[in-house]
Ligand binder design. Structure first.
Ligand code: SF4
Ligand code: SF4
Length: 472
């Protein structure tokens, strides 16, 4: 029985409710009156229910689909301005006891090289990341309580925060590790993590169990209830996502929105971010084995309707996607991208030889961070290296209140300007620097508050003089 507030996975992700929602969406995919009504209500920027969003996802009416695109763009602008937050993944260990059939780290894969970074190697990786200009990382590990215990992750976080190389500084460490206990989440919180990220992969229990045939991840309820435990452990910024292509996308789309609704109803705060990865090739993984792979058009529609359904949630797209694909979805509401990414264990400091491949997936957008920054500037976005919110205690419901009232943009914009300035001073190529300075002058003029503009201008002068790390 569907119960959004229940703490049981089978009740807050109720299979029948998803099936009924999909049937309702199918019945109404050409219902002009209903669709117009939903779009009008979405225009109040308060989001939509999973049923309403499912109808929009299924909508086959051209005019209405065009209106959805315009609305998604409007929402992006209203809540986040034109800043795009930058981050990079850092793979610490690819030991894994699970049997996930879509991931090359599954424990039966003998062709992949198993690696775990020592603390000395982490220092080298982080120095390489700092030298690119990164300030925000997402830590990634496989699940292996013996080879990669939580103590190792905690020690690594401490190491990372402690590395100050030239003007480099990692200011926010997000963590993507396996579902764990409330106590362990508390320890991660105490270590100063930003967002805890865990992808559901698919919300369809039967398929989930087939795709995860062995290992602790096989336990659907343990995995699906992980965010509740994380929040109970004090982590109030959590990031969810599904791996599109594993299962019917319409099912997972509805499941993911039901998960977001559950977190808001039961824990008081919805997800901080939603990621939209699509299955892609990797060692030992052939995407042709997955018949649910989604087209570019469907991918764009998913991003558009998510932007409208959960306006307060950051949306992330990684280097799994090509430059062209990222360009399209950036216009539709993506607010965070990775850049210059390496998905192997230890590949930033020196690229690994082919025979030592330890990567989780093949990166499609292989450009350097500076090329990504340059490209974003050319498209009119401000690349932002901001990490201010969690450092200022703006997390969980405090953060959500600011987003919902439309005020967060007043922090995002000056912080984007100042952190871009840092990047230009310390790491940019001449061409990126030129484009970035033009962007900064343009954006400064559009800061609505005189006071904020004055402070930001003063900090820009200090940044030119060599000072670092200012924030609103
Ligand atoms: S998806 Fe995660 S848990 Fe599954 S095999 Fe890969 S690293 Fe291990
Ligand atoms: S001000 Fe907060 S929401 Fe805006 S970019 Fe910075 S950390 Fe993100």
């Amino acid at each position: 029985m569907y119960n959004v507030k229940s703490n049981k996975a089978e009740e807050f992700i109720d299979n029948q409710e998803i099936l009924d929602t999909m049937a309702y969406a199918e019945e109404n995919k050409n219902n002009e009156t209903l669709i117009n009504d939903i779009i009008t209500r979405a225009g109040d920027f308060k989001g939509l229910s999973h049923r309403e969003a499912a109808v929009l996802l299924a909508c086959e009416l051209d005019d209405q689909n065009k209106r959805l695109v315009t609305l998604a763009q409007e929402i992006k602008k209203k809540f986040y301005g034109n800043r795009i937050v930058m981050f990079a993944p850092l793979y610490l260990s690819n030991y894994c006891v699970n049997g996930c059939v879509y991931c090359p780290y599954h424990h039966k894969n003998t062709t992949i090289k198993r690696k775990q970074l020592s603390q000395e190697e982490i220092v080298k990786e982080v120095v390489a990341l700092q030298d690119m200009g990164h300030k925000r990382l997402a830590l990634e590990t496989g699940e292996d309580p013996v080879n990669c215990p939580l103590e190792y992750v905690l020690e690594s976080i401490k190491t990372i925060y402690g590395i100050k190389h030239k003007n480099g500084d990692i200011r926010r460490v997000n963590v993507n590790i396996a579902a764990t206990t409330v106590e362990n989440y508390r320890r991660l919180k105490d270590a100063g993590i930003g967002t805890y990220i865990l992808f559901q992969e698919t919300y369809h229990q039967e398929n989930y169990e087939m795709l995860h045939p062995t290992g602790p991840k096989h336990n659907y309820a343990w995995h699906t209830e992980a965010m509740d435990r994380a929040m109970e452990g004090g982590i109030d910024d959590v990031g969810i996502g599904v791996l599109f292509g594993l299962n019917m996308y319409r099912y997972d789309f509805v499941g993911m929105l039901m998960h977001a609704e559950h977190l808001e109803a039961a824990m008081g705060v919805g997800p901080h971010t939603i990621s939209v990865p699509r299955i892609c090739p990797a060692d030992d993984i052939d995407t042709n084995d997955f018949s649910n792979a989604i087209s570019n058009d469907v991918f764009e529609k998913i991003v558009t309707v998510l932007r409208i359904a959960v306006p307060y949630t950051g949306m992330i797209v990684s280097t799994r996607e090509s430059q062209a694909s990222r360009e399209r979805v950036l216009k539709l509401g993506i607010s965070q991208v990775s850049g210059g990414s390496c998905t192997s264990v230890g590949g930033y400091d020196h690229p690994e030889p082919e025979e030592e491949n330890s990567s989780q997936f093949d990166v499609t957008d292989t450009r350097k961070l500076d090329d990504i920054v340059n490209w974003l500037l050319e498209m009119g976005h401000i690349p932002s290296f901001c990490t201010a919110c969690y450092r200022e205690g703006r997390t969980g419901d405090r953060f959500m209140k600011l987003v919902k009232s439309g005020q967060i943009v007043n922090c995002c914009q000056p912080n984007a300007i100042m952190t871009l300035k840092e990047y230009l001073e310390d790491y940019a190529s001449a061409d990126t620097k030129e484009k970035g300075e033009i962007m900064i002058q343009r954006e400064l003029k559009s800061i609505p508050s005189d006071k904020v503009r004055e402070i930001a201008t003063a900090h820009l002068t200090e940044l030119s003089a060599g000072k670092r790390d200012f924030r609103f």
